[in-house]
Design a protein around this ligand. Structure first.
Ligand SMILES: Cc1ncc(COP(=O)(O)O)c(C=O)c1O
Length: 481
């Protein structure tokens, strides 16, 4: 099927896009003299632009399109649900698709993460997890716990609460003051580990986890509600957890009564070869936040999975403190049960839940987790071939989730300064990779990295294509440094 638009159609799209559309996290002025990229169709691991040009979707859109593009069975599941019941809220009511999906997710999730609270996005999921942590502690008589720890450079979303948890000063600064209580701990970038643990990744992991304990003690344990961590940290370029990190974090959280929130907005639904990233790294969270891959982007959906323990105060009738009745007996009065005072109109939308069910059917039918597990080694090897280039400092990640850190001097690991990074990433790499037919992310929110997170259907031919495009574009980038 041809996807090329005619010249008049393209001109009209460009004119309207430039006049009316506001792209997210995008310097709009950069399109003053150049074309806005318009993606019109997708099939499998590829998408097509308005000119009919094909691109390998090496980022699964935005860490989203796990099953790839153009799956009519998933689209049809959404259409069927829209005809039957397009919308009803989860405020006091339920609908069959939300029930079925909650049941399915609870069965897939590790341990007793048995309760699902749906949202529409990852930021809302993170926001909901913080609100739940605060209200939970209030309900069980620990109202002073409200602070949240997260790693420097980690991205946890953009709404005000989620932004307070995000560890990227550059995208927070215009919105200060943010809700109080966001506290940073060191990230887990072994490539740039402090010298005293730079030779020992296990010691590095224990040090990074112990820094969480130090932060809890500094802040006052009675004031800390939760620690938010991604299984494999995205921002900064895919940092897998060092060995020993999560077991020690779990121990610390248990010791100080702090909740461990695994922010799996990217890492769930096969990205790391498991339904949940916590399973891959063998730890048990109290809350898992998810979005993106749960629907592979065929409709928007997010949510959090919560343990029975956290749900418990919200399932029982609230008891008043004991009092002695007129017969001299000690009694508790049953009051109204606690209500989680939070909700979102479109959360758990019937169409999105139906789409998520169909998406998970594809996971099962095509054994996508198996595909990632059996091919991740080949993916890593293909990317590691690039280590012979002088600009490639580090290749890291797990599953189908990789970052390639770019350096100015490989032997000293010297990074690029802000101007060089601006010229390299925005001035050259982003456009050059796109022009060469690869969608990926060139990011300098931490040190400059290229990130890859392809659909889970990808195999060696796609890895080779990525490696070849990256090799030629990075070789040219080095010539320009
Ligand atoms: C770990 C993590 N948390 C939260 C978010 C926010 O998700 P959303 O963009 O759906 O609000 C993201 C988005 O990329 C993310 O990577």
């Amino acid at each position: 099927m041809s996807t090329a638009y005619g010249p008049d159609e393209i001109a009209a799209l460009q004119e309207k896009a430039k006049r009316h559309l506001w792209l997210h996290f995008t310097r709009m002025s950069s399109y003053a003299d150049s074309e806005v990229p318009v993606i019109v169709r997708g099939e499998g691991a590829y998408v097509y632009d308005q000119h009919g040009k094909r691109y390998l979707d090496g980022l699964a859109g935005l860490f989203v399109s796990q099953i790839g593009h153009g799956r009519t069975e998933v689209a049809e599941a959404g259409a069927r649900q829209a005809s039957e019941l397009a919308y009803f809220p989860l405020w006091s009511y339920a609908h069959p698709q939300a029930i079925a999906l909650a049941d399915r997710l609870a069965n897939l999730a590790p341990g007793d993460l048995n309760r699902v609270f749906f949202t529409t996005s990852g930021s809302e999921a993170v926001e909901s997890a913080w609100k739940l942590a605060k209200q939970y502690f209030r309900t069980i008589g620990q109202p002073s716990r409200y602070k949240v720890l997260s790693r420097a450079i980690a991205y946890h979303g953009t709404s005000m609460g989620a932004l307070a948890i995000t560890g990227l000063p550059g995208i927070k600064e215009p919105f200060e003051p943010l809700p109080p209580g966001g506290v940073r701990v060191p990230n887990t970038n072994f490539y740039r580990a402090p010298a005293f643990v730079a030779d020992d990744i296990t010691a590095f992991g224990v040090w990074a986890a112990d820094e969480i304990e130090n932060a809890i003690l500094r802040e006052g344990p009675e004031s800390v509600a939760a620690v938010f961590l991604e299984p494999c940290q995205n921002s900064g370029g895919c940092f897998p957890p060092p060995p020993g990190y999560f077991p020690r974090v779990r121990e610390i959280c248990d010791q100080y009564g702090v909740l461990l929130v695994s922010d799996e907005v990217i890492c769930a639904f096969g990205r790391l070869g498991y339904y949940f990233g916590a399973e891959r790294y063998g730890y048990q969270p109290d809350i898992v936040t998810f979005a993106k891959g749960v629907t592979s982007g065929y409709a928007p959906l997010g949510g959090m999975l919560v343990t029975d323990r956290l749900m418990e105060p919200f399932t029982r009738g609230q008891q008043s403190p004991a009092h002695v009745d007129t017969h001299g007996q000690e009694r508790h009065l049953e009051g109204p049960g606690a209500t989680f005072l939070h909700g979102v109109t479109f959360a758990g939308h019937p169409v999105s839940c139906a789409v998520a069910m169909a998406n998970l059917d594809v996971f099962e039918k095509e054994n996508l987790l198996g595909n990632v597990r059996s091919n991740e080694g080949a993916f890593r090897s293909s990317l590691e071939k690039l280590a012979d280039l002088p600009i490639v400092g580090d290749v890291r990640g797990d599953g189908y989730f990789y970052g390639i850190e770019l350096v100015k001097d490989k032997s000293t690991r010297q990074t690029f300064d802000d101007d060089e990074s601006e010229r390299l990433l925005r001035g050259f790499l982003s456009h050059a990779l796109f022009d060469a037919g690869l969608i990926c992310r060139a990011d300098d929110r931490g040190d400059p990295v290229i990130q890859l997170s392809p659909p889970l259907i990808c195999t060696q031919e796609h890895f080779d294509e990525m490696e070849q495009i990256l090799r030629s574009v990075l070789t040219e980038a080095w010539r320009r440094v």
